[in-house]
Design a protein around this ligand. Structure first.
Ligand code: SAM
Length: 456
């Protein structure tokens, strides 16, 4: 791999950069790692080496075909690059572990950081995951649904739409769009597309995003800023830009010397950041920093709204949930309903007027003349009632279900059942007198041909 000379030149100015090991690391392929779901992952055993900065992170010896593992489809784990999982360490160190926090993951698709954050929060905290590009917001929505947290909502808005939420968030994670040099080992196209002009463009865009979002952070709140670029213009220089523009202080975290992470400082204001250089750290290229806001820029007034009477819906759909303290909402014009934590009702009334929601709380489905039509989301939710009928199936049957093929299940009681693999919900079937209908959404279907050796 021929690395861009201007990038290497810039990196020679970064303390701790070891050019020989960096170049050598780029002759080797990227590592594969996964992060287990803290609840759903309990019954799965994936062998591998533990990632030291993330509780549930594992390096795999080789890359399997994830599509052929039903646990992957059910959200038993998320395939995520190891350096990115450092977010867990930084979050635990800098965010006070109080309850009821409001967290924004601003650039969230496809959902790696979001699923990690969702696993770290208390139930009464609210995680808004946003993605501005519509097609990518759909992928984010799907991954959030798969991960199964009711307190993770998904929006599709431009960062400037958040400016109006004065002082609303306790934590904002900005995993910024960047020039992508940290991904050269994973993505050949990132190398082909890399130019100095694009680094400058990305740097200007990162400043714009930060300026848009700054008013919505509380005084004392934390921004966690990250890129997968090695360029100082997108990393340390952005920290200096924040320090120049706003009243902000850098927050440092302890790191173990065994991790091979390079602590760096911005040249002008000496703000701390953490660099991941392949060759020094077991992971791909990454930069992350935490910044505390030290100024008051306004706060929002919540208007009280009168909630709709949802007692009929509660009586019809309440059986789907393990927790009956939730609120029921009708998020759109269609006759379908969602559950949100009671603590988030005021947030819903406020945000629904301002944002394009892809997912608010847990979609429950809709009533028909005869019964409740349960949403796919319930089958994958960690808040589904344990009383719902479930059928635990073999891997072969699970793959058939995920291909929307006939599963040949015999003697099943009439009605709705969740298909589970290793106790992980995959979706619904409805059993009639003599056949079962597969309710896996069509676009969730595995399209790949499954090789014979994988069907035992
Ligand atoms: N956080 C994600 C994860 O862990 O899976 C990865 C995010 S990726 C590095 C950056 C995201 O920013 C992309 O999804 C991209 O579509 C989005 N993006 C692109 N332009 C943007 C802009 N102007 N404002 C905000 N986000 C943008």
């Amino acid at each position: 791999m021929i690395l861009p000379q201007p990038l290497l030149q810039d990196l020679r100015t970064v303390p701790g950069f070891d050019e020989a090991s960096f170049i050598n690391a780029h002759t080797i392929g990227a590592l594969t790692s996964v992060r287990m779901h803290p609840i759903k992952g309990a019954g799965i055993n994936i062998p591998g080496e533990k990632i030291p900065w993330c509780n549930n992170g594992i390096y795999l010896a080789e890359r399997p075909v994830f599509t052929l593992d039903p646990a992957f489809h059910g959200g038993g784990y998320y395939v995520q690059e190891a350096s990115s999982m450092f977010l867990e360490h930084i979050y635990k160190q800098v965010v006070p572990q109080t309850e009821g926090l409001r967290i924004l993951d601003l650039c969230a698709a496809p959902g790696g950081k979001t699923t990690l954050l969702a696993s770290l929060l208390t139930k009464d905290s609210l995680l808004i995951s946003n993605e501005v590009i519509r097609s990518r917001a759909s992928i984010l929505e799907e991954n959030a649904l798969r991960w199964g947290y009711t307190n993770n909502w998904v929006t599709c808005n431009d960062p400037r739409d958040f400016t109006q939420l004065s002082g609303y968030f306790d934590v904002i994670v900005i995993d910024a769009p960047c020039s992508g040099s940290g991904l050269f080992r994973k993505d050949r196209k990132a190398l082909e597309d890399w130019t100095e002009a694009n680094v400058d463009l990305c740097s200007a865009r990162q400043q714009r995003i930060l300026a848009d979002i700054w008013p919505s952070l509380k005084e004392g709140g934390i921004i966690i800023y990250a890129t997968c670029s090695f360029s100082p213009q997108e990393d340390e220089e952005i920290l200096d830009w924040i320090g120049d523009e706003y009243e902000a202080e850098s927050v440092s975290v302890p790191i173990s010397s065994d991790w091979g992470i390079t602590a760096t400082e911005s040249p002008k204001r000496k703000m701390q950041g953490y660099r991941f250089f392949p060759g020094k750290t077991k992971g791909e290229g990454f930069f992350i920093a935490a910044i505390r806001k030290k100024e008051y820029t306004g706060s929002l007034r919540f208007q009280r709204s009168k909630p709709q009477n949802m007692s009929k819906i509660k009586a019809q759909a309440g059986y789907l949930l393990s927790d009956d303290t939730v609120q029921f909402i009708q998020p759109g014009k269609e006759i379908s309903y969602n559950a949100i934590a009671a603590a988030h009702e005021a947030d819903w009334f406020l945000l629904q007027k301002m944002f394009y929601f892809r997912k608010a709380g847990l979609p429950l489905g809709s009533p028909t003349a005869k019964e409740w039509l349960p949403a796919h989301d319930i089958a994958l939710s960690i808040d589904a009632s344990a009383q719902l009928s479930a059928i635990d199936v073999s891997r072969d049957q699970a793959l058939k279900f995920l291909k929307r093929e006939d599963m040949n299940l015999d003697n099943i009681q009439k009605g709705w059942h969740i298909i589970k693999y290793n106790n992980i919900g995959l979706g619904w079937i409805k059993s009639l007198q003599n056949r079962a209908n597969n309710y896996l959404p069509k676009h969730w279907r595995i399209r790949m041909e499954i090789p014979d050796e994988d069907i035992t």
